[in-house]
Write a protein that binds this ligand. Sequence first.
Ligand code: ATP
Ligand code: MG
Length: 656
Amino acid sequence: MSQNQNPNQETLSNLLQENRRFPPPADLAESANVKADAYEEAANDRLGFWAKQADRLTWSKRWDEVLDWSNPPFAKWFEGGELNVAYNCVDRHVEAGRGAKVAFHWEGEPGDGRTLTYADLQREVNKAANALLELGVRKGDRVAIYLPMIPELPISMLACARIGATHSVVFGGFSADALRTRIDDAQARLVITADGGYRRGKPSALKPTVDEAVERTPSIEHVLVVRRTGAEVAENPRDVWWNDLVERQSDQHTAEPMEAEHPLYILYTSGTTGNPKGILHTSGGYLTQVAYTHHAVFDLKPETDVYWCSADIGWVTGHSYIVYGPLANGATSVLYEGTPDTPHKGRWWEVIQKYGVTIFYTAPTAIRTCMKWGDDIPARFDLSSLRVLGSVGEPINPEAYVWYRENIGAGKTPVVDTWWQTETGAIMISPLPGVTAGKPGAAMRPLPGIVADVVDDQANSVPNGGGGFLVLKEPWPSMLRTIWGDDERYVKTYWSRFDGLYFAGDGAKKDEDGDLWLLGRVDDVMLVSGHNISTTEVESALVSHPKVAESAVVGATDPVTGQAIVAFVIPRGNAGEDVEGEEFAKELRDHVAKSLGPIAKPRQIMIVPELPKTRSGKIMRRLLRDVAENRGIGDVTTLADSTVMDLIAEKLPSAK
Ligand code: ATP
Ligand code: MG
């Protein structure tokens, strides 16, 4: 548990008041895929509800039991059932006469592109599956995938799924060491990589990192290399070129049915709070929930929508909402290789205009960055095709939510703030775009079929208006099955804090209507003069100041108050020169006191050029706590840019 938890203080103080409401547009409400009755239907018969959702998929053998929970917390969903995940994502759409439909509009960063229809995807996946078989990969083997955002990435994942190999995708920005530990942990036999990818306007090499990693990974037999940048690479005896091996394979392959609980993939968490954990997801339940939530939360109409999730496939968001959910639903998606500001800061909006994207899913960190760059940039593009916007990864500050809705969604699109984790596999708490009157900053309600609550220290449900720990009270189809190779850590991390409840590690509050607001990690909660205060609420108050683009808040030991609030602030581009002065710091402190009350007033405001973030874009507050408490900086291996901490340390002497 966090060192910040005071046993006498059971709940989080509830500081933020937010009264804006955004009901769904009438036409969306009218034609929505999922309407309000779904909540009641699922509440009346949760397992029956999930069985009905499982029928969105094509099963080779029907299940005997929807849920086997006889050995908690080890769940088996759709026990006895068999299906092939790749068949469900690709072949069945072709068989139903939709082979000519576009699966991916791929957009390379340099401006090159490739369109893959479902029929194309079927041929490519079959060839790749045959290639894996030729390399000796079999059902149950693990395959590490270390690729940029190119079509070969989803193709490789689906090829694994097709033959029953369990993939472990490692984000292409990770170091040789990080890749090596993940390969070793999963005992992968093969790595699929590329010579490189394009990032920030230039080729960025991947193969040398793999070469370094596999020098010391005895389980790896082959390295399968895709040509992307044409960069020269060292060739080793175990290397095989994708162009040689995959291209000469037959494009016919019969998908083999797998048991519902067959391991589909291992994915390591982002490492925001500590050591990444190898989260195991299986087949039938996972695909059921990602397909259902993609249909429900984004209101996907496969015939007319063009969907785009800007995440990297190296994170769970990309697994569930670029690859498995959209493909299971037969969606047409955009797949984009690069960064949002290459070659210019309007690139994302240009992509939306080019493909007529209707549904866009991104992260608060990206939204705040776009706010920092200025409203005039998206205003130059035609974004009128958009009808639903989504957010995931961190709590979205109300100001960022409203900016997103106004500047990207023309003031009319619903914004769905989706709470979930690598561990949950799929979205758990989110508005439904045709049902929910959205509140900026709130994830609102558990989706139909999901049972979540906020509890105090003693596992008692807190009343409306209270705050505490977010828990999940019933198993769900896409839940993690274990931490790879470590059942004990699985039980200890998630199921031991509260008896019989899944402990998410996040703080949350219930407002007066019973709607849920995520308040950040329990480990980040600050204890100031006997009040548990959420970092998220103070950060949101700071971001609501017109000159603040982004902020991170931590609690630092204080002789008087126990902990005191220290805020790190990035000013907006148009904030002017005076942001370094004592006056600005005072203005911000007063602004927080006015928004949330004097208890939340930061002791210190530090103006910084950047914040430490994980490679998936989440703020790493524990490093800022080290700075605020004048300690040596802790483990930075999951940090995206380690020079950021030097930039911040330089600012220290001028701390106000
Ligand atoms: P690690 O578990 O290794 O520290 P991580 O928690 O960052 O890494 P992920 O599984 O990628 O790894 O992130 C899940 C977490 O992200 C959630 O527990 C929550 O803290 C945060 N999160 C995701 N979506 C939301 C959201 N919509 N609102 C608030 N928080 C969110
Ligand atoms: Mg986590």
